[in-house]
Design a protein around this ligand. Structure first.
Ligand code: ADP
Ligand code: MG
Length: 614
């Protein structure tokens, strides 16, 4: 091995701190997390946060906690200096968020940090200013009891890190997310959050988790939450989880805590998912806020520099208590749903008073299934059909050979071998017959029943229509906008505000015309031509609640919102129109969410069902 070019040396403290900062301070949100944890460790009753330019301008946290004594201010920004542990065994009996004594010096080494603190109410305080790791000033300041930390120009001296940051809107949302996560763990503390000039959130103390959650999760995400409360072998699980039908496409509303510390932990996630097994599709996620409480010696927090990961001594026990706790809540709900007497079940629901909505909604959906409305509401398919071939991006079906029409399609024995070019001028029903199919009728107002050469075929009307609409949306690269008078007004939840900034360009691309006349209010002045105002409201609420991350997902959601529903009766001509348009879609066997659109029972399947053969 060649000789090293330099002798071994101990790194200067600034460099040590910068290296540590690489692990602890990944982005503005990680700074905010450390500062908030310090305030909570200092027994603050009230914490105010100010984040400017997504944290790249300023991150400021002020609390009314015990403060830092005049002699200790310097130590607070020194590496491995902490007031929270003394002996090695303390590491396994942690009651505080912090214990590593690394956060403040790390942050100070990659920013301009000002720490002001007072241990009395006299108003006299001391401050210290550290510029990229070097103390540049210390002296008197004014502050009532408590601490204020101001972090400016984060990563000013590490441009490589700056490059990894996303837009201020995204970094700002991450800050807000981490703020909300911590605010959920301490309901007794008053929290406030401002982004630049804008006051975003104020959370007065409460003893109701749901109430605090409602301040930053939209109603659609809190309405259906079920209470979890389960003790097992000295471990306890408390919190809220979503009912199985209220799933979402992203895993960003799964908040897990161990001894009140927000954690990321695969074992816990797996346990939650396991409880939902059979109730969710692969790409669906539940929502959950769960607090696992256990003896501190049962969990090792010192496995991750930002203390986000934990390790459990008894993994099996932890998995079991989480899975059982969540499962119990789900089973309790299902017992009520399938009860013969909905009114009685509703009366026994522990959530009834606070949350009548999900229950009444479910039961009304069930009854409309039993007593279907007899008025067909499916008058717009012809218009959809017209738009279906107009897209400039896609070749006209008439241009395609029969083989290319089916390319990309998952192979299946009952794929429909039809020639799309033959379908346009033929009277209703004829294209189906040419494909060897005959429409028999609608079952349960939800499935279209056909005979085909392969046997009996059932087509899910909602899924088929979704597929048709998605294709139309994709074809129509620039959809027309229909002006709306008066404009549609949507009050924005703070969480939705950030999402709106991220989605703005995409929504305009879809045909929405939007303005925000004042903070917290969205005005929709124009809609994509095919969308009704009510559907638009639903769609925007879902999009701003984070149910779709990219354009493809937004389109799929739009298709889902505008498609005919299960339980809607269709006239024969409407069913035929739908089937014929659907036959022309690529990827027709699956809906945009990946569920099958059709089920085919071949002669062999039927024989088996009738026990004609084994
Ligand atoms: P740790 O939290 O791991 O001890 P930090 O670097 O985050 O390390 O903080 C160092 C020390 O500074 C803490 O142990 C604590 O004594 C003090 N400190 C930091 N923030 C505050 C605050 N907001 N109020 C009171 N003391 C604080
Ligand atoms: Mg700390």
């Amino acid at each position: 091995m060649p000789h090293p070019p330099h002798p071994i040396r101990i790194l200067p403290p600034e460099l040590q701190n910068q290296i540590a900062a690489g692990e602890v301070v990944e982005r503005p949100a990680s700074v905010l997390k450390e500062l908030l944890e310090n305030s909570l460790d200092a027994e603050a009753r009230s914490v105010q946060v100010l984040v400017d330019r997504g944290g790249q301008g300023l991150i400021q946290v002020q609390d009314d906690g015990i403060g830092i004594g005049p002699q200790e201010l310097e130590l607070a920004v020194t590496r491995h200096a902490t007031s929270k542990i003394l002996r090695p065994e303390d590491l396994f009996h942690l009651r505080s968020f912090g214990f590593r004594g690394e956060a403040l010096p790390s942050i100070a080494s990659v920013s301009r940090l000002k720490l002001t603190s007072a241990t009395t109410d006299s108003g006299e305080a001391l401050c210290i200013e550290v510029d990229a790791g070097r103390t540049v000033r210390r002296g008197p300041a004014a502050l009532a009891r408590g601490t204020r930390v101001e972090v400016r120009d984060l990563f000013v001296n590490v441009p490589a890190r700056l490059k990894f940051l996303k837009t201020p809107a995204t970094e700002g949302r991450r800050c807000q997310d981490i703020f909300c996560r911590l605010a959920l763990s301490r309901l007794d503390v008053h929290f406030e959050y401002a982004a630049g000039e804008r006051k975003v959130l104020s959370m007065p103390p409460t003893d109701d988790l749901r109430q605090r959650l409602r301040l930053f999760w939209p109603d659609s995400a809190t309405d259906d939450l079920l209470t979890v409360s389960h003790d097992q072998d000295g471990l306890s699980l408390e919190g809220l989880v979503s009912a199985p039908h209220g799933v979402q496409g992203q895993a960003d509303r799964l908040l897990l805590y161990v001894n009140d510390r927000p954690v990321q932990n695969k074992l816990l996630l797996r346990a939650v998912r396991d409880a939902y097994q059979g109730r969710l599709l692969t790409r669906e996620y539940p929502r959950a806020v769960l607090f696992l409480t256990m003896p501190p010696e049962e969990v090792d927090v010192n496995v991750h520099p930002a203390k986000a990961e934990v390790r459990f001594r008894d993994q099996q026990g932890v998995f079991s208590v989480v899975r059982r706790g969540v499962l119990q809540a789900l089973e309790q709900l299902e017992a009520q749903r399938f009860s013969r007497n909905p009114a009685a079940a509703d009366a026994h629901s522990p959530l009834k008073e606070k949350h009548p909505a999900p229950y009444s909604r479910e039961f009304s959906a069930a009854s409309s299934f039993i007593f279907p409305g007899d008025r067909p509401k499916f008058a717009t398919l012809r218009e959809y059909r017209q738009g279906f071939h107009q897209g400039p991006g896609e070749p006209q079906p008439a241009d395609r050979g029969p083989a290319s029409a089916h390319h990309n399609e998952p192979r299946s024995d009952c794929l429909l071998q039809t020639d799309p070019a033959m379908m346009h001028s033929a009277p209703p029903g004829v294209p189906l017959e040419r494909a060897g199919m005959r429409y028999l009728g609608q079952a349960a107002n939800s499935y279209l029943v056909l005979t085909a050469e392969q046997g009996l075929m059932l087509v899910d009307q909602h899924a088929a229509h979704e597929r048709v609409l998605l294709q139309r949306l994709k074809n129509n690269v620039r959809p027309l906008t229909r002006g709306l008078l008066p404009a549609l007004e949507i009050i924005l939840h703070p969480a939705q505000q950030n999402r709106l900034e991220e989605l703005w360009a995409k929504l305009e691309e879809m045909g929405f015309r939007l303005t925000t006349p004042k903070a917290g209010l969205l005005e929709v002045q124009g809609l994509p031509e095919y969308l009704e105002p009510l559907q638009a409201r639903e769609f925007l609420a879902a999009a701003l609640d984070g149910q779709a991350a990219d354009m493809e997902a937004l389109w799929a959601m739009m298709a889902c919102k505008t498609a005919i529903k299960a339980g809607q009766s269709l006239a024969t001509s409407e069913a035929l129109q739908l089937l014929e348009t659907w036959l022309e879609c690529p990827n027709k066997a699956f809906c945009p969410h990946g569920r099958p659109v059709m089920v085919c029972l071949g002669p062999a399947d039927l024989e088996k069902m009738f026990k004609r053969r084994g």
